[in-house]
Design a protein around this ligand. Sequence first.
Ligand code: AP5
Ligand code: ZN
Length: 213
Amino acid sequence: MNIILLGPPGAGKGTQARHLVETRGMIQLSTGDMLREAKSSGTEMGLKVAAIMDAGKLVTDEIVIGLIEEKLAAEPGAGFIFDGFPRTLAQADALAALLAKLGQSLHTVIEMRVDDEALVKRITGRFTCGDCGEVYHDETKPTAEADKCDHCGSTNMVRRADDNEDSLRTRLMEYYKKTSPLIGYYYAKGDLRPVNGLADISEVQNSIKAILG
Ligand code: AP5
Ligand code: ZN
């Protein structure tokens, strides 16, 4: 089963994707994580995209489609969660073609609905474990012990360079301009299932479970 988690920055895509990985053994493909990895390891591509990401703009379709193509080729039979991809109509068309080439299809597109005011609070309070990737929030999901990961015990907590109000404003503009047309695109195909992303993390998990069965 291949699914897309579609939603604005801070909607909870990464949080829900990790839960699906743990409970269903699916594979999370986050283009944001892949690009951040390239950025921190200083590859040529990473250096090229660093400033674009920090400013909150989208990187080129060609780069992200290439990243996804590589991952799909590496594990062609797996159940994928696409997190943060596709983000443009060109990326959506490319994904359909890549899956078709593997004899696979898309099961569902889960649209996570959250209003802008809540997104600002989520993004400005987010921190992540630099070792295992668990995502936390100052208010809604703090660690049990200050600055220590509940999941792996690491004290290496990181805050993203683009998690500030200026970059978030640009990320939201990019989302409404280039990504939100995908809502109509997948609705027309009959694949779209909305969930209330404003609910508690566990309630959102339950809504997704009800959709996926
Ligand atoms: P990316 O890493 O994909 O960032 P994003 O889409 O902006 O999404 P986020 O990771 O910020 O949010 P999320 O929805 O995963 O929320 P999370 O679960 O962390 O992309 C970063 C950049 O990379 C882009 O700007 C672009 O430059 C580039 N890029 C990536 N993909 C690309 C593509 N396909 N094409 C072109 N460029 C691309 O939750 C947020 C916070 O809220 C956390 O603190 C969490 O604990 C908390 N939280 C989660 N759920 C709830 C809840 N239900 N209630 C309360 N709090 C909650
Ligand atoms: Zn950890």
